[in-house]
Design a protein around this ligand. Structure first.
Ligand code: BTN
Length: 306
């Protein structure tokens, strides 16, 4: 079903009011049966909608970004396409500096080939594309910098997230957000695409290892919050070439979740267990094992606290 079909239903329900099928049909100029079909489709995407004899109502509020408000506060071209394959894929292909937001990704991607999916209105999903005047080989610390930046920005908004190396954000042992950075080199320039997914509301049917903003923030997420994150992350990418490695390590240590924790690493040829020590100047995680210090790179491994 096209987003132009389901989106108006979601927008009308987004205020949280109970709306009868016939009222919704009248507003959208479609039959009650067509309203029912669209509601069923949205439920299939994971939106929790209660249906009674009196009508339809969302089971909890959702977040529908207002493009005009966000654009007015962000120093970068911003677009909102209700449904895309993956915002990272679209921005990568465009090779144009921009921020692309969406409500639903039918092929959302996570790190290490994993899928990343969220129902419309339940997560902030966006990608930021920025050109940098340096080669891919010079960007090994970028993943840490944007992870630190997102953590600090969320802390400023009152969200007590910590950074789980390399760039997942956790609250109390549960994942709140993930970042996916993809790079395309062009001689001595690189097109950086930074995508992130931030859980705003719990997703029904997803295991309890996920945290969401609604668990910790005593107010609703706003367009102002979204604009703040976009501005912070965009600036962090642009500042990267001038950042000293020493500064990176210091800033990482201020928000790191794993320092001093026993961790297990999978994805390398042999498995590793040891105590996470922090990062080196390239953003690699140092793990103190029985056999000495080992360094692991972000692309290679999955790290879990024991
Ligand atoms: C991870 O946790 O493994 C990274 C998740 C990244 C998800 C975001 S959602 C917006 C952007 N588009 C994608 O396809 N992925 C990222």
């Amino acid at each position: 079903m096209k987003p132009s079909t389901w989106m108006p239903v979601l927008a009308n329900l987004s205020k949280g009011e109970l709306i009868s099928g016939s009222d919704l049909g009248a507003v959208l100029n479609v039959s009650r049966a067509a309203v029912w079909q669209r509601v069923e489709y949205l439920k299939g995407l994971g939106v929790q909608i209660g249906a009674t004899d009196f009508g339809y109502q969302l089971k909890h509020p959702i977040y529908l970004p207002d493009l005009a408000t966000i654009q007015s506060e962000v120093g970068l071209a911003v677009d909102l396409i209700p449904e895309v394959s993956s915002t990272n894929t679209v921005v990568l292909e465009s090779r144009a500096e921009q921020c692309l937001m969406t409500l639903y990704q039918n092929q959302g991607r996570g790190r290490r080939g994993k899928r990343w999916i969220a129902p419309p209105g339940h997560a902030l999903m966006l990608s930021i594309g920025v050109w940098l005047d340096c080669g891919i080989q010079d960007l090994s610390g970028l993943s840490i910098d944007v992870g630190v930046s997102l953590t600090r920005a969320l802390n400023t908004l009152g969200v007590p997230a910590r950074l789980k190396w390399p760039n997942d954000l956790w609250i109390n042992e549960r994942k709140l957000a993930g970042l996916l950075i993809e790079l395309q080199g062009d001689q001595d320039r690189t097109f950086v695409v930074l995508g992130f997914g931030l859980n705003l509301w719990p997703i029904s049917g997803v295991d309890a290892s996920t945290a969401s903003i609604s668990d910790v923030l005593n107010r609703e997420w706003t367009d102002c919050d979204t604009a703040f994150l976009i501005n912070e992350l965009q600036q962090t990418i642009r500042d990267y070439p001038t950042q000293a490695p020493f500064n990176r390590i210091k800033r990482y240590n201020e928000v790191a979740l794993l320092n001093g924790c026993e961790v297990s690493v999978t994805g390398v040829q042999r498995s590793l267990v040891g105590i996470a020590q922090g990062i080196d100047e390239f953003g690699r995680l140092c793990i103190l094992t029985d056999g000495g210090a080992e360094y692991v790179s972000a692309g290679d491994v999955s790290v879990r606290p024991q």
